[in-house]
Design a protein. Structure first.
Ligand SMILES: [Zn+2]
Ligand SMILES: [Zn+2]
Length: 382
């Protein structure tokens, strides 16, 4: 076992931002003040990992992970070596105007506003070295790596007995999806819900809506396998979307038919496709809430009547995650068997297969893939 004062060698899946994915050796520094070094055990694969290959930045991939604390830096309290943890990418500073408003998920430090005032949510410069080059980590986490080094606010200790594969998924897909239903939309018992896209995040929106007591949850996807999975997680109805329906007339018509020609109370767009951004507005009743989950990029045209009447629209990031509030809630919902996580995992990989894991996700072969980093902790993986 390395000493806390030493750099550690680590395999890492890296991109230079030109669409490439390289398996490389990096060195990870001892933690500085308010930092924690983690031996990563499991990392989930998310569509954002694919997108990040083309962001033009050299960095360690992966932002959904769990592992064991390997070393703690000065000033870190309440965390100890050997503790199992999951990681979040909100990493709130607790001091900026957004954190003061309770909007930890859009913390000004994490989002890079006023670095001269609030600093950065990244670990110290030079904490990850690729040869002699200091490189970044995706979302300041970079969990496709045997070791990572993170700010202490990225770390949530796990309850005893939780599997680290499940814990990894909590860090992005589960938090984003469940939080979009419970924190952002605040779905109420008896409300009707539609979810466009039943991938890793969409399934968790569906699950959040079920936990909230929605009376009808209409799932939509281009393929039938995700719709089957959606029913398992709580969807009451499934619409197999026609890809050649540019006006979405089929989806809109079917949702109306299922809701007495009324539209749903809340509709979510969980694909990240810009083309679908305003579809939720067409699915909700007057006064309904339309939510685009975690952003999409690209130009789309809106027509003001789309918003009529009294419809609200939001682009909600990370399910409104406040880590100190929400991760304990997720743990409790798992313990009460309301929140199902282990059965979201359909595929297991080693780090050397990170590229395969991403292509299986893109092709729809996998539901949710997990990359296992180290040897001794994944006895549960098939
Ligand atoms: Zn993600
Ligand atoms: Zn902040």
């Amino acid at each position: 076992m390395p000493r806390a004062s030493q750099f550690v060698e680590s395999r890492a899946a890296i991109t230079t931002g030109a669409g490439d994915l390289l398996l490389q050796q990096v060195r990870v520094a001892p933690p500085g003040p308010d930092e924690v070094r983690i031996r990563v055990v499991a990392a989930g694969v998310c569509h954002t990992d694919h997108a990040s290959l083309s962001w033009g930045r050299t960095m360690v991939l992966g932002h959904e992970g769990a592992g064991i604390i390997d070393a703690v830096g000065p000033g870190v309290t309440g965390l100890a070596i050997g503790q199992p943890v999951c990681l979040n990418w909100a990493i709130p500073c607790g001091a900026c105007p957004q954190c003061a408003r309770g909007n930890e998920h859009i913390c000004d430090r994490t989002h890079g506003r006023w670095p001269e005032r609030f600093g950065t949510s990244a670990a110290h410069a030079g904490s990850t070295l690729w040869g002699d080059q200091a490189i970044d980590r995706s979302f300041h986490l970079g969990v496709f790596s045997d070791f990572t080094i993170v700010r202490k606010e990225a770390v949530s200790p796990l309850p005893a007995g939780m599997g680290l594969g499940e814990a990894a998924l909590l860090g992005c897909a589960v938090m984003t999806g469940v939080g979009s239903a419970l924190n952002v939309a605040q779905v109420r018992p008896g409300e009707t819900v539609a979810v466009v896209g039943c991938g890793g995040v969409g399934l968790n929106v569906i699950q959040g809506a079920r936990i909230a007591g929605a009376s009808r949850i209409i799932a939509m996807d281009l393929r039938s396998e995700p719709l089957e999975r959606a029913r398992h997680f709580g969807a009451t109805d499934g619409i197999l979307v026609q890809s050649d329906d540019p006006a979405f007339a089929d989806q809109i018509g079917k949702v109306r038919a299922l809701t007495d020609d009324y539209g749903v109370d809340v509709a979510f767009e969980a694909t990240g496709s810009a083309r679908l951004s305003f579809l939720p507005l067409h699915l909700v009743r007057n006064g309904g809430r339309a939510i685009q989950v975690s952003g999409s990029h690209g130009a789309v045209t809106a027509h003001m009547p789309d918003f009529m009447w009294d419809k609200s629209y939001s682009t909600a990031l990370y399910g409104g995650c406040c880590p100190t509030r929400d991760f304990p809630r997720l743990f409790t919902m798992m313990a009460e068997n309301k929140l199902h996580v282990s059965d979201q995992i359909t595929h297991h990989y080693g780090l050397e297969s990170a590229g395969q894991a991403i292509s299986d996700m893109l092709s729809g072969v996998s539901g949710k893939g997990v990359i296992w980093l180290t040897g001794d902790d994944h006895v549960s993986h098939a």
